[in-house]
Design a protein around this ligand. Structure first.
Ligand SMILES: [Zn+2]
Length: 167
């Protein structure tokens, strides 16, 4: 397992998601992320924001609390989307090992944000934002797949791009 702080690591950008200050990634997944980056045009950079997070750490406790609050707020905003709760608020493997990562896209030096309100961003707004950058999003996801990553099936999770490395 590699422990990576904010910055550039062998050409791969790391930007830990608040309140974390580091991203822990399985070394094989890291090697494949480097491979993905090398196949993308220079204008497109990956930004790895989340990897392994130990359940009983301070960070794990923070995530549990935000999950608890998030579920309540989400149900209030989107009562008809209860079937997505597990996909969106489950740990999605982040508490299992470093093969589960979240990746953002940086285009021409600017981070693309498809979820300005996080998972509470409405599906319509998500779609509008994604449509503007559909070509680059598709290219990144396809390259991730070619390098052994499985993209999350939930549309919202797939936009923050949650993916699992399958060795
Ligand atoms: Zn994730």
């Amino acid at each position: 397992m590699l422990i990576l702080t904010k910055g550039n690591h062998q050409g791969l950008r790391i930007g830990p998601r608040w309140p974390s200050s580091r991203v822990m990634v399985d070394h094989r997944a890291f090697a494949q992320l480097l491979e993905v980056q090398s196949r993308l045009p220079c204008s497109v950079q990956l930004l790895v924001t989340r990897g392994y997070e130990h359940k009983s750490s301070y960070l794990g406790a923070f995530r549990s609390l935000s999950r608890w609050l998030g579920i309540r707020l989400f149900c209030w905003c989107y009562p008809q989307r209860k079937q997505e709760l597990e996909d969106i608020f489950g740990s999605n493997g982040h508490d299992v090992d470093g093969a589960h990562v979240d990746v953002s896209i940086v285009l021409d030096g600017k981070r693309l944000r498809f979820l300005p309100l996080g998972v509470f961003t409405s599906p319509a707004r998500q779609n509008r934002r994604q449509a503007r950058y559909a070509a680059v999003v598709d290219e990144v996801k396809e390259t991730l797949r070619q390098c052994g990553f499985e993209i999350h099936r939930n549309p919202t999770e797939s936009l923050q791009i949650h993916c699992d490395y399958k060795a």
